[in-house]
Design a protein around this ligand. Structure first.
Ligand SMILES: NC(=O)C1=CN([C@@H]2O[C@H](COP(=O)(O)OP(=O)(O)OC[C@H]3O[C@@H](n4cnc5c(N)ncnc54)[C@H](O)[C@@H]3O)[C@@H](O)[C@H]2O)C=CC1
Ligand SMILES: Cc1ncc2c(c1O)C(=O)OC2
Length: 320
């Protein structure tokens, strides 16, 4: 797979990235649990495959995702050469505190779980859920500390990873981020990130587009998964999923392939982050990424009434 630069940094990533939130036990978010052996086998498949990019966070499963990745890395004698591991700074989950001291604690916890002294890519995660946004954006706050970690060489590149675009765009404009992670806002169901992507692309900020399956429903199918963007689906929110499934059935393609390629084919998107928690999904993802799709299907997709509203995907987010 042809690699791309992460903004102006030296990092080079594949156009696919695997997301490890589901490798951690987040039953409230994904509707299932993942045990140790299944997580280990998934991570082995990822490290054995052609994708060089894996995303996790301090708070996925309250640290369990990072611990499992740490175990997989130790099995291999450390981070493979050229492999880009991405993790995130998180607020204190009990108090919502997210100041500079919390940033230090977060990265120290992550490095110790991962068994590393440095992480290639580090994001500030979900500032909209912290107790006080001013604590993050103000002088001497969490964002200043994130950039200090880059200066100190603890992270090679830094990004902003969050949901709500109305909160995100003003922060992006203020500082020289290498990357952003947006989720659930540039999919076959929702295009509310469109203008932010134009802005980021014009500034050379790498766009990492997460959750192309709207949290899983576009991969598993509406009959299998009664959730959209981590919320229980309603008839109204499931309607557009069924419309996409109908288009795919007529065209003879997998909805997962369409949903994945919708993101990957956009020239602004540097990499698309797909959540996997089964080893076989690694190969399945590569297959979906390379399936032939008749260009007429994209035109047809544009006729569907996709949403430009914020999906509020974050409303009930629980990390573990
Ligand atoms: N604020 C942030 O920074 C956020 C970051 N992310 C990152 O993006 C990643 C992807 O997002 P997700 O929430 O995982 O949503 P997603 O839209 O990528 O869907 C993942 C779900 O689809 C299922 N799935 C994947 N491939 C499948 C296949 N071939 N067949 C059947 N089922 C399949 C997975 O098991 C999982 O339940 C996360 O793991 C995380 O790393 C996601 C959301 C927010
Ligand atoms: C708000 C929110 N909801 C779901 C997820 C995340 C998130 O930040 C995340 O990072 O991975 C899954």
């Amino acid at each position: 797979m042809q690699k791309r630069s992460v903004g102006k940094s030296d990092l080079r990533v594949t156009p696919l990235c695997f997301g490890a939130s589901g490798l951690s036990n987040m039953p409230d978010t994904y509707g299932y649990e993942v045990d140790e052996a299944r997580a280990r086998d998934t991570l082995r498949a990822i490290f054995d495959g052609p994708v060089n990019f894996l995303d996790t966070s301090n708070n996925y499963g309250f640290g369990r995702s990072e611990e499992r990745i740490g175990a997989a890395l130790r099995e291999r004698g450390g981070l493979p050469e050229g492999f880009v591991l991405s993790t995130k700074l998180d607020r204190d989950m009990e108090t919502g505190r997210f100041d500079a001291a919390r940033v230090r604690r977060s990265i120290d916890e992550s490095l110790s779980r991962l068994g590393l002294d440095h992480v290639p890519l580090l994001h500030l995660h979900d500032p909209e859920h912290a107790r006080d946004l001013g604590e993050i954006t103000g002088t001497g706050g969490a964002l200043d500390e994130l950039f200090k970690l880059k200066e100190e060489g603890i992270a090679s590149a830094v990004g902003l990873a969050m949901g709500r675009i109305d909160v995100m765009l003003p922060i992006l404009r203020e500082r020289p981020f290498d990357a952003l992670i947006s989720h659930n806002r540039f999919t076959v169901l929702n295009r509310s990130a469109h203008e932010m992507f134009d802005y980021a692309h014009s500034r050379g900020i790498a766009i990492l587009n997460a959750a192309p399956y709207a949290g899983g429903v576009l991969a598993k199918g509406s009959a299998q998964m009664p959730r959209i963007t981590y919320q229980p689906a309603t008839e109204a929110t499931m309607k557009p999923v069924k419309a996409v499934e109908d288009i795919c059935a007529s065209a003879g393609i997998d909805p997962g392939a369409l949903a994945l390629q919708f993101s990957m084919r956009d020239p602004r998107v540097t990499s698309t982050i797909v959540g996997v928690s089964k080893a076989a999904r690694v190969a399945q993802t590569l297959n979906w990424a390379s399936q032939d799709i008749d260009p007429a299907v994209w035109t047809q997709l544009d006729t569907l009434p996709f949403s430009s509203e914020d999906p509020e995907a974050d409303r009930d987010y629980k990390p573990g």
